[in-house]
Design a protein around this ligand. Structure first.
Ligand SMILES: [Zn+2]
Length: 505
């Protein structure tokens, strides 16, 4: 094939069933690119789009001639189920644009893979099926997904391969997209792969899915060690508990020749099940975490601490406005503490109205108060204002343009708070530095992030300095506190007595 025509499309949303509905306006405000806008954005030095797209385009360009057929790429921060009308409208727009551009030789799909809508528990599967139906059974269709995807039978059956991230914090999106590009080239040359897909009754707490070490890291490593000898691709997909769907569950997908993919998925499934007791969250109570912060403030010769407010991670659908840790730090008079990002547009506007250096009566959650997000007022000083335009410099957001909306740094006693207007997890030091904050100068830094901060703040805190705090919140890793309605039950570790018979290869 001299110049293959390859369609590119994607819709990224990680849906938390317990968060407010994600609207079309949310997608359009974050990333909604149509046709030529996609390749134009991908060519920019700091694209405002999922990192897979520039990664895919760059690898295809490197490997030879091709004709990109960009369709629609849209993405937004994790949130509630997408409004079904917007999902349907977007999928129909993709369908008609795909149909208009036929014939197509292949399709690359870049989705998150844990989307739900207000009318569907598997919009990713519907979208993958739509693509397959438009291009027919012979055109290769390869998808990349987040390792927090919940893989449905429909997603697996509608694609030639699904390739999941292998790093958490996620820093390999572009690499996985390049892997998809290489695979597509092979499939276009006529290769065909056997596939195997197994899903286990394990719904892992988010904090157990890190890939530097732990049970999930071991599974991913074992999968990669099996590559070769007829095995081409292995994806071990951890899943996203809070989507609360019947397709939740740790999933293993493998692609290669003959019976080998099935052997490998079965082998990995047996390993995962045997190791299931390690998928349990271990967190530190708020009182202990705040005591560590107070101690760090008083003992400057000892290491500083980083408290992760894992239960209020905007990257999982959290609102970024819970107050438990903040109030405890203020009450304990912790010295030299910094907390960010606190998402509160009204508070950011209050700071902007007052101006830098002004004393204010700062009201937190004047409009967004909720179960763990108390409304309260404290005397504060506005340190710095910002417009929220930031280019990430380290980790997951590196090289990407991010809009935090109107921002401010304010100080309450010894506690500095970085306030933003748009819901983004605090995973990159640049988000705080853009407000003139010197992270290394603080004795305690509280990040509203579950795990991605580790790849951004590792130059200030190694893992031994990180404390995962058991505060209340929408995305608490203590799953027994979440009112799940649609998970397959029994499921481990929610139901410790769960039994399962691994398949025999
Ligand atoms: Zn993820």
């Amino acid at each position: 094939m001299s110049k293959p025509r390859i369609a590119i499309l994607g819709m990224h949303l990680e849906s938390n069933a317990f968060a407010p509905v994600t609207t079309g306006a949310d997608f359009r405000a974050s990333c909604y690119l149509v046709e030529d806008e996609i390749v134009a954005e991908a060519a920019k030095p700091a694209p405002a789009m999922p990192a897979e797209i520039p990664g895919f385009v760059a690898d295809m360009d490197r490997a030879g001639t091709w004709e990109p057929v960009p369709i629609i790429v849209t993405a937004t921060e994790p949130g509630g189920p997408v409004d079904h009308g917007f999902f349907t409208e977007t999928m129909e727009a993709m369908r008609s644009r795909l149909a208009r551009r036929l014939p197509l030789d292949a399709v690359y799909i870049s989705n998150h893979g844990a989307m739900t809508s207000t009318g569907s528990l598997d919009p990713d599967g519907e979208l993958f099926r739509m693509v397959r139906n438009v291009v027919g059974p012979r055109a290769p269709v390869v998808a990349t997904v987040d390792l927090h995807a919940n893989i449905s039978d429909e997603m697996a059956a509608s694609t030639d391969a699904i390739i999941a991230y292998r790093t958490n914090p996620h820093v390999d999106q572009a690499e996985r997209a390049a892997e998809a590009a290489r695979l597509l080239r092979r499939l276009l040359d006529g290769d065909r792969l056997a596939a195997s897909f197994v899903r286990l009754p394990i719904v892992a707490p988010t904090v157990t899915l890190l890939t530097a070490r732990g049970p999930y890291a071991d599974l991913i490593e074992a999968g990669q060690a099996a590559i070769g000898d007829g095995l081409d691709i292995v994806s071990v997909v951890g899943g996203f508990a809070y989507s609360d769907t019947p397709k939740n569950g740790l999933a293993i997908l493998a692609y290669g020749a003959g019976a080998r993919p099935a052997q490998v998925t079965f082998d990995l499934a047996r390993r995962a099940w045997a190791d299931r007791e390690r998928f349990q969250a271990q967190l530190t109570p708020v009182s202990e975490a705040v005591a560590a912060a107070v101690h760090a403030g008083l003992n400057e010769d000892e290491p500083a601490v980083c408290l992760a407010d894992v239960a209020d991670n905007p990257g999982g659908g959290g609102r970024g406005n819970t107050t438990e840790i903040l109030e405890a730090l203020i009450a304990a008079k912790a010295k030299s503490a910094l907390l960010g990002l606190f998402i509160d547009p009204a508070l950011a506007m209050q700071c902007h109205a007052a101006g830098e250096g002004s004393p204010i009566q700062a009201t937190f959650n004047s409009s967004g108060a909720g179960e763990h997000a108390r409304r309260f007022t404290e005397s504060a000083t506005v340190l710095k204002l910002g417009d929220g335009g930031v280019v990430g410099r380290r980790g997951t957001y590196r090289g990407r343009t991010v809009d935090l909306g109107a921002c401010a740094a304010l100080k309450i006693g010894n506690v500095t708070v970085a306030v933003a207007s748009r819901r983004v997890q605090c995973a990159d030091p640049a988000f705080l530095e853009s407000l003139g904050l010197d992270i290394a100068a603080f004795r305690t830094v509280v990040v509203k992030s579950r795990g991605h901060f580790r790849a951004g703040f590792d130059e200030f805190f190694d893992d031994s300095q990180v404390v995962e705090v058991d505060a209340g919140g929408l995305v608490s890793p203590i799953l027994s506190r979440i009112r799940f309605a649609r998970l397959p039950r029994p499921v481990y570790p929610l139901d410790p007595e769960t039994t399962w018979t691994p398949p025999r290869g």
